[in-house]
Design a protein around this ligand. Structure first.
Ligand SMILES: Nc1ncnc2c1ncn2[C@@H]1O[C@H](COP(=O)(O)OP(=O)(O)OP(=O)(O)O)[C@@H](O)[C@H]1O
Ligand SMILES: [Mg+2]
Length: 451
């Protein structure tokens, strides 16, 4: 049973209902490894009550043109003769069923059309659910043909559900649904269902470690309740928790994610892992400060990957629980969220960070909510109020040269925004100088605690 996915399943149900009335629909569902993408496809297949076609990207076949399309459309090859001859010829050529046809450019168009026609034939008088898993591993040629067909679906009664990880599959022009992690309640319910015997202390730890990722919840609880040989009482001990065993599929999942990051980010992760305050002792107790620290590191990693909305999500989740106890750190996280919103060009994200910072109720913050509000105003096309406000922040920081390097760094960015290159250069140089004398690692640690 699926926990915490009522909005997503409702969206799928709507698409299925529309298809039964002859209206086609497409949805690209995107989320991190283990978050439950395949589980949603399974849900759709079970709920469909119509013909189902399943295809998937396969990592080892990602370089083989049309491998994935062939796998998907195999059940329809007997219907090829119903297609207009040029389309049937093109598809036969692509699948190695006939000699290579004409010009490659013309092929791509015809093959896309043929895919569309074949889906329509497969739907016949009824409806068709077409499921594509792991689209990030589709070979380029198959992805192009599918996207071509997807953009032209109308009244065939076809539902095309595509799931992919965050990177590696661009689907311009198609509706997307981001699949986030499970909330606390859904996570608890999943755990209670899959690992009913887990002692409460241990369940809390698994919940904190898995952080709403269903695969992690599932695999960690299996590892703990079974063969690992880990003394359960030790793992659950709040003072001295033993490391949780990391099951193989999880290890591979994390390894893949880490291996795909740029070298400096991997170094950064190493530093974070080695750093005392980010270490296991604290993070495993789900102490809000430690979770905020983890959120910060994750946010930087997401930023490095260009996933700005994810950065915002992470910093908000990290800042909320510490808003009362540690407003300075919460503010530092929210600033990062505002920067992510800025880079995403999304005024709403910046505005949200500004509002949350206002909610902290601290007037002494620099840059404070006013500065974030100004960034939101700039993005929303209201420069008149924004520029003077940012100029004030820049001037104040330039004059007072606060100890906290992160504040100088943010002010430098604000100077750039308003075209005050002289201040930007001055603030950047002074930050760089301080980094040289203090060491970058110390700067990272300080920017967290004091920004
Ligand atoms: N909402 C949920 N409720 C209950 N179980 C879930 C839920 N989401 C996922 N699961 C379970 O969690 C595990 C991982 O989910 P799934 O395989 O669907 O992830 P995924 O996003 O497809 O991962 P990958 O990117 O590695 O393919 C599976 O055992 C699945 O059944
Ligand atoms: Mg999957």
């Amino acid at each position: 049973m699926l926990h915490g996915r009522s909005a997503e399943t409702a969206r799928i149900d709507e698409l299925l209902a529309a298809a039964r009335d002859g209206r086609s629909g497409v949805l690209v569902i995107r989320g991190e490894a283990g978050v439950g993408k395949t589980a949603l496809l399974d849900y759709a297949a079970a709920a469909a009550g119509m013909r189902v076609l399943r295809g998937t990207g396969i990592e080892s076949e990602a370089e083989l043109p049309f491998a994935a399309l062939q796998l998907l459309l195999r059940p329809g090859l007997g219907l090829l003769d119903l297609l207009p001859p040029p389309q049937a010829r093109a598809l036969r050529g692509a699948f190695g069923l006939a000699g290579t046809p004409e010009a490659p450019g013309a092929d791509r168009f015809l093959i896309g059309l043929a895919a569309l026609s074949l889906l329509s034939e497969l739907a016949g008088d009824g409806a068709l659910l077409c499921l594509i898993d792991d689209a990030h591993w589709l070979d380029r040629a198959s992805a192009d043909a599918l996207l071509f067909a997807a953009r032209r679906l109308e009244s065939e009664g076809v539902v095309l559900l595509i799931v992919a990880r965050e990177d590696g599959f661009d689907a311009p022009g198609l509706p997307e649904l981001p699949l986030g992690r499970l909330g606390r309640e859904a996570s608890r319910a999943l755990l209670a269902e899959r690992a009913p015997g887990l002692p409460p202390g241990l369940a809390d730890r698994v919940l904190a470690e898995a952080d709403g990722n269903p695969l992690a919840l599932f695999e960690l609880s299996v590892a703990l309740s079974g063969a690992s040989g880990l003394p359960v009482t030790l793992a659950a001990s709040p003072e001295f928790p033993a490391p949780l065993p990391l099951p193989r599929r999880l290890q591979q999942t994390y390894y893949r994610q880490v291996a795909a990051l740029p070298a400096p980010t991997r170094t950064f992760l190493l530093v974070a892992a080695a750093e005392e305050t980010g270490g296991q002792g604290q993070s495993l107790t789900a102490e809000p400060g430690a979770l905020a620290e983890i959120a910060r590191v994750r946010a930087w990693v997401a930023m490095e990957r260009g996933a700005m909305h994810r950065v915002h999500e992470l910093v908000v989740a990290g800042a909320e629980p510490i808003a009362g106890s540690d407003p300075m750190t919460a503010a530092a996280l929210l600033r990062l969220g505002a920067v992510a919103g800025w880079w995403a060009g999304d005024a709403k994200l910046v505005q949200d960070a500004a509002d949350r910072m206002t909610g902290l109720g601290r007037s002494e913050l620099i840059p404070g909510p006013g500065a974030l509000q100004a960034m939101a105003d700039l993005l929303a096309g209201r420069p008149a109020a924004a520029v003077p406000r940012l100029a004030e922040v820049v001037a104040a920081v330039r004059q007072s040269r606060p100890e906290q390097l992160a504040v100088r760094f943010y002010a430098a960015n604000m100077a750039l925004l308003i075209g005050d290159f002289d201040s930007a250069r001055d603030l950047m140089l002074s930050t760089a100088r301080a980094c040289r004398t203090q060491g970058v690692i110390r700067f990272l640690a300080r920017s967290r605690s004091s920004a």
